[in-house]
Design a binder for this molecule. Structure first.
Ligand SMILES: Nc1ncnc2c1ncn2[C@@H]1O[C@H](COP(=O)(O)OP(=O)(O)OP(=O)(O)O)[C@@H](O)[C@H]1O
Ligand SMILES: [Mg+2]
Length: 248
């Protein structure tokens, strides 16, 4: 039994498959296995990013006693949806640990690990400290200021942070970190790489939703914000042309 616990601690992909019946895609395996301090996932809609991070959170809670895992989502509804994925995983455990706390958006296992799922508007978020795993679901839609405010919660625990999202324009931290962030493991997964999303479905989406939205939702592309009068690229081109003119 102890040997099995050690095996599952070290091999979360194997644990997910054997205990939860979850066969992770290759990129999901990388997410489950990675101990990188900072991970950013730029993944298509319906790719499986919330599911795999919920499973990673559950694994952390089960196999590392006393862990505090905090999940932040843009809205109460999304916090609830994320937490349901955690609960689904928990229900699949053949040997369920007893729960010290079992609420609508949080639970605590008998090994003292806690998973707390909160909307970004929740004032109490700022009260947490020594977070071992900090997850932001739909990160591009979370207030950037909140992100800056909660990052220090990882300082003492040396915790892991995982940002997951589909892009939403260029005026947010998701764009900034994806393009300029140093020291991040960056994983991109487009819809054509997901075995559960068919070519036919994508073809139909393309016809129905317009290129801009299609590329953003399914192909991980950071499109210009709709209200931008000039695209950044155009401005950069214009500036560099002017600059060239000065040099000549
Ligand atoms: N490896 C997998 N095997 C089978 N089903 C999976 C796998 N990963 C995800 N799914 C299923 O795919 C669907 C989408 O997953 P999920 O909600 O996690 O995606 P998402 O990337 O968070 O999507 P959204 O951007 O819409 O929030 C769910 O029904 C989930 O159960
Ligand atoms: Mg999701």
């Amino acid at each position: 039994m102890i040997k099995r616990d050690l095996l599952f601690t070290l091999f979360p992909v194997k644990w997910a498959k054997e205990v939860l019946g979850f066969q992770a895609d290759r990129w999901q395996q990388q997410v489950l296995e990675s101990t990188e301090r900072q991970i950013i996932l730029n993944v298509t809609r319906q790719g499986g990013k919330s599911t795999v991070t919920a499973i990673k959170a559950l694994h952390r809670a089960l196999y590392y006693p006393n862990s505090l895992i905090l999940v932040i989502s843009p809205s109460l509804r999304q916090s609830g949806e994320f937490f349901r994925k955690v609960k689904d995983g928990f229900q699949r455990l053949s040997e369920k640990p007893s729960l010290l706390e079992d609420n609508r958006l949080s639970l605590q296992l008998n090994n003292k690990s806690r998973i707390v799922s909160l909307p970004s508007s929740e004032e109490t978020i700022r009260g947490y400290s020594a977070v071992d795993m900090l997850l932001f679901d739909e990160f591009a839609r979370v207030d950037d200021e909140l992100y800056q405010a909660v990052r220090p919660m990882l300082a003492v625990s040396n915790g892991q942070i995982i940002l997951l999202s589909t892009p939403k324009g260029k005026s947010n931290e998701f764009y900034n970190i994806w393009h300029g962030g140093e020291g991040w493991l960056k994983i991109e997964v487009t819809a054509d790489q997901i075995p559960r999303i068919s070519e036919d479905f994508l073809e139909n989406e393309k016809l129905n939703m317009g290129e801009r939205a299609f590329l953003q939702e399914y192909y991980c592309r950071f499109m210009e914000d709709e209200d931008a009068l000039w695209s950044n690229d155009l401005i950069n081109q214009a500036v560099s042309k002017e600059h060239e003119a000065w040099i000549l």
